[in-house]
Design a protein. Structure first.
Length: 188
């Protein structure tokens, strides 16, 4: 299953598609994300947000829920069910195609390291799990949400590991591909 998914990503990851995905990603980063961040700032009461935190505890999550107030919690849940459904797809589109395109040029076919192109997909899975669990905690507040409140920070940490790891893999793949290209060019 993993190899088939990886192979599918490789088969669709052409240079032009990675560039189109970069454009979509840039629009999100430059135009849409600042508006979402400003909106979140109005209800976060400077306590932060689970989505942008790298590490927090269940107690921190409940403090955020309390600080947001009823209106802020509703806005948070609405954002998780609208914007945060599309945003992970946008960065998956970019990272999935760009990492696959770079690794195609950096690693030979059949190399097990080529499965690293699945890192962005794992990031999206944990992002959705984080969004669902944080929205559940916010929606049930002030009632506790056992187990989910413990798993939400874990999902967040795993999301950041895989998303940031995808950027590291992309950079490493581009450097390695460039090195291989220079080596072939100097030999030929």
């Amino acid at each position: 299953m993993l190899e088939r998914t990886s192979d599918l990503l490789y088969s669709i990851s052409k240079g032009w598609l990675a560039l189109a995905a970069l454009a979509v990603f840039a629009v999100f980063i430059g135009v849409i994300l600042p508006g979402q961040a400003a909106q979140a700032e109005t209800y976060s009461a400077e306590t932060g947000s689970p989505d942008t935190s790298f590490f927090y505890t269940p107690a921190d999550l409940y403090r955020m829920a309390e600080a947001y107030g009823a209106e802020g919690r509703s806005a948070y849940i609405r954002a998780r069910l609208t914007f945060d459904v599309v945003w992970p797809l946008a960065y998956l589109f970019f990272l999935g195609t760009a990492v696959s395109w770079a690794l195609t040029r950096a690693l030979p076919a059949g190399d097990r390291w080529r499965l690293l192109n699945l890192f962005p997909l794992a990031g999206v899975v944990f992002d959705y799990l984080e969004n669902l669990s944080a929205a559940l905690v916010m929606g049930r507040y002030p009632d506790p949400t056992p187990f989910v409140d413990v798993m939400t920070p874990v999902f967040t940490a795993l999301k950041w590991f895989f998303v940031n790891g995808s950027f590291v893999i992309l950079l490493a793949g581009l450097v390695w591909a460039g090195w291989r290209w220079l080596r072939r060019r100097s030999a030929g």
